[in-house]
Write a new protein. Structure first.
Length: 143
């Protein structure tokens, strides 16, 4: 299968106040509608696909939360977990583990980054290396 390369950067500049307003609206919508959507999704998956469906639904949510964490925590992770020439955290289409695994391959993890990687390896052997998403295209701001 041939996969088309995708550019993850925005095509136009956004206005700061619009970004802040949309962020606040998204938080309100998540708080108001998220629980209802989650409960409905659990029952829908349970009745159509059984426990396997709930597991798949839960995994999708976990990956999405992980991607959010990669963006939300990018500045802290870039400062604490990688060296200056490392692969930067912050790509909204990538999980924290994928970025951590790329830095492990590059040898750009700091001592703290190596500790986090070892903890994840204890839980799931080779977790960060197995989590690498090779189809994510770094933006022009990626180190």
């Amino acid at each position: 299968m041939i996969l088309k390369k995708q550019e993850c950067s925005r095509s136009k500049k956004s206005k700061p106040l619009i970004g802040i307003l949309l962020f606040l609206i998204s938080i309100v919508l998540l708080v108001l509608t998220g629980p209802l959507g989650f409960i409905y999704g659990l029952f829908q998956q349970l009745f159509t696909n059984g426990l396997k469906g709930i597991g798949e639904f839960s995994l999708k949510i976990a990956i999405s939360i992980d991607q959010l964490g990669n963006v939300l925590m990018q500045h802290l992770f870039n400062a604490l977990w990688i060296t200056n020439d490392g692969y930067a955290f912050g790509n909204s289409d990538e999980t924290i583990s994928s970025a951590l695994g790329k830095n492990k391959q590059l040898g750009t993890l700091t001592g703290f980054g190596k500790l986090i990687d070892k903890i994840l390896d204890r839980i799931d052997p080779n977790h960060t290396l197995n989590s690498i998403d090779y189809f994510i295209q770094p933006s022009d701001k990626t180190r």
